[in-house]
Design a protein around this ligand. Sequence first.
Ligand code: FE
Ligand code: FE
Length: 393
Amino acid sequence: MAKIGIYGGTFNPPHIGHIRAANCAVSALGLDKLLLIPDRIAPHKVMPVGSPEPMQRLEMVRLSVAGMPHLEVTDMELNREGPSYTYQTLQTLLEQHPGDTLYLLIGTDMFLTFRQWKNAEYLWKNAVLGVFYRGERDEKSAIDQCKAEMEALGARVVLIQNPVVDISSTQLRRMLVFHCADPFLPQGVGDYIRENKLYGTGECYRNLPMAELEAVVTGLLKPNRVAHVLGCRDTAVELARRWGANETDAARAGLLHDITKALDGELQLTLCREYGILLDAFFTKNPKTLHALTGALVAQRIFGENDAVVSAIRSHTTGKAKMTTLEKIIYVADYMEPNRDFPGVEKLRQLAFTDLKEALKLGLTMTLELLKKQGSDISPESQEALAYLNKSL
Ligand code: FE
Ligand code: FE
């Protein structure tokens, strides 16, 4: 009697986290075989340009498991017509593997909502649930409770502690556009993606016309950041008009200033490593502040922006000594765009159009005060910026 694991997912694209989880399940549960099953994506779902065909996702998973005899890929869900449910997959596998024990592998989130799945009872009566979890305390108590409740209903549940790789397919698609996804891709998958020009890797993003730039940028941001970025762009253009700076540069820097903001600290550090950037002590200790630096690098290398735009993005969170008009504009626009709401924002909005230097000084002072209150580190660049402004006013 064999033990067979079932691991479904969109695998869009597959990443090393999937493959590690699969191998982890094989050894933790003593599986004879683990089936990776790419989901069918509903045909009516609107997919971004450069999204892979179902057979390309299958091929990427195939490449990911090459040389791993316990891992196998099946196209059984890709070939099925109509809505695709896990219980149908399980039915088919039970017919194909009579007498074997099937383990349905799922993540924590899915497990906690498992009872809402279609024919959930059929699933837990016919398969053991293998639940991946990270082992964080809050998560563990929720899982333990759910496990006890499910077992009372007759389910068999096995927990699999898996040191999860902190990458999602969504983040990976961003990293692909920024040319730094390879550390997270199984062998051969990166080349396959580039050869087939998937996920926008075949596009040239250099010197895009404004409307195209806006479309690309908004596609890479987290949805809740789009309004802020467009607000910053519009405010930057108004300020450029007021202070005689280049309006096109202001618009492009405004659009691109938070281009890497969706990446968490680890991914920011990965981007720097992939771009060959050595970081100073402040950044290494505070990777969350890195998005201005990585944003500037992406603006330069991926979008081909000019030096004025790149340097305005570079200084938008910390400021620096001797800022150009455009640099000041982006710093202040980021602070006061229409979606910002905090005590003092109105004063900043007025000052920005009457005295840009004073507005910058107010922004810097407020930031530094907040950081001090929070006990956070203050970047040397911010200190230099403020010292310079105090000296020159
Ligand atoms: Fe920012
Ligand atoms: Fe911003």
